[in-house]
Ligand binder design. Structure first.
Ligand SMILES: C[S@@+](CC[C@H](N)C(=O)[O-])C[C@H]1O[C@@H](n2cnc3c(N)ncnc32)[C@H](O)[C@@H]1O
Length: 366
């Protein structure tokens, strides 16, 4: 104990509680999204007092004020001091900068960031199941996060996908846009709520698209969205009862952010190989990762977030059945992906030059 450096002790304690600040502020971000507070600030033509914000959102002013103080002191929202000469804290006003507006309040902007915060309560709720998982080794699949978990996933990925899949990602693949225009058989494995499938199906009406999922909540949302979209070239299958074809009949298979979540990714890669024509293409999109923990920790400032989400969500899903591979959020580096694809029978593996904050893109061929 005599070796304790008082300055280091203070710094470490500060760092510890800064983690708690982030966690608690994350909860407040969830509320800002859920209660429409960000959207109300974004829609206002001028900075709002908390009384005005509470009035617009039909919420209680005292609660809105405390929330605004958390958000402004965390620099999530902007504030300016009241012009009134009489000191009155409730005269402070709050607003969103243009950058805060797109990240917090613009659902269809590619930088929209509320998806992970949407499912924060469900993600944190899984802490209750963790002690047992740490003892047994068995995790929990995506449906353990309930229906709002599926909505959160959808809100996380769709804004970027909607803005970039057709215009930037598909053209980066050899001849795929042309093939889709002519008419192709396509599968999206781990399709979630079906956003990518529906987007591609609308853009390429002569092709047929099938989404495969094991989450009932995601499949339910996909079915609802399909009924709203009234597309006739889309199908959604429960991958457990109706898996990929095994007769080399597909032209194009996509997997978006899901191989690292799977209990049996090697077997899935073999299944994708068996589903594809010899001339087919697999677009693998998965989380950018380095080959070792040391490199991830050194080069990725978000590594603690990624490893934590892995325990609560990705690795838990990948360990949700006995014998699960448990790759987890940062478990599929380019080296690992290429080695696994080669073992599954693929002979061509190219990393695509597509800029994304979290994901890497690979064109893989039999
Ligand atoms: C992070 S989500 C991504 C969903 C979707 N691709 C997207 O981009 O929004 C991962 C999905 O993979 C699904 N999944 C996990 N194992 C699967 C399997 N063996 N077959 C099909 N889907 C699977 C999960 O249920 C979950 O919906």
């Amino acid at each position: 104990m005599s070796d304790i450096d008082p300055d280091k002790l203070k710094m470490f304690s500060f760092m510890l509680f800064s983690k708690l600040e982030g966690a608690v502020t994350s909860g407040m971000i969830h509320l800002g999204d859920q209660l429409g507070l960000y959207k109300a600030l974004a829609a206002a033509k001028q900075p709002l007092t908390t009384a005005q914000l509470a009035h617009t959102t039909q919420l209680n002013e005292r609660w809105v004020r405390e929330w605004a103080y958390n958000q402004a002191s965390a620099k999530m929202i902007s504030t300016q001091n009241a012009p009134s000469p009489i000191p009155n804290i409730t005269d402070d006003t709050f607003f969103l900068s243009p950058e805060q507006t797109v990240v917090l309040a613009t659902d269809d902007h590619p930088a929209f960031g509320m998806g992970m915060f949407h499912r924060l309560p469900q993600t944190m709720e899984s802490l209750k199941r963790m002690p047992e998982s740490f003892r047994t080794g068995i995790g929990h699949n995506y449906d353990s996060h309930g229906p709002e978990g599926a909505v959160g996933i959808e809100r996380s990925f769709e804004p970027w996908t909607n803005a970039n899949l057709i215009s930037a990602v598909l053209p980066a693949l050899n001849n795929i846009t042309n093939l889709l225009q002519q008419g192709a058989q396509v599968a999206d494995v781990g399709c979630g709520a079906g956003g990518a499938v529906l987007l591609m199906a609308k853009a390429f009406p002569t092709s047929t698209f099938t989404g495969y999922e094991i989450s009932q909540y995601a499949l339910d949302r996909a079915a609802q969205k399909l009924s709203d979209a009234k597309l006739t070239n889309v199908f959604f299958n429960d991958a457990r009862t109706n898996p990929l074809p095994t007769n080399h009949s597909l032209d194009f298979v996509t997997t978006f952010d899901c191989i690292h979540d799977m209990t049996h990714p090697a077997e899935m890669m073999q299944a994708i190989h068996a589903s594809l024509k010899p001339t087919g293409t697999w677009l693998l999109v998965d989380i950018k990762a380095h080959d070792t923990f040391a490199l991830n920790a050194q080069k990725n400032p978000m590594a603690p977030l990624m490893y934590g989400i892995s325990v609560l969500s990705c690795m838990s899903s990948a360990m949700s059945a006995p014998g699960g591979a448990g790759l987890g959020t940062l478990g599929l580096s380019a080296t690992t992906a290429q080695a696994m694809a080669t073992a599954a029978g693929f002979s061509q593996f190219n990393k695509l030059d597509i800029d994304h904050s979290v994901n890497a893109f690979y064109e893989i061929r039999p």
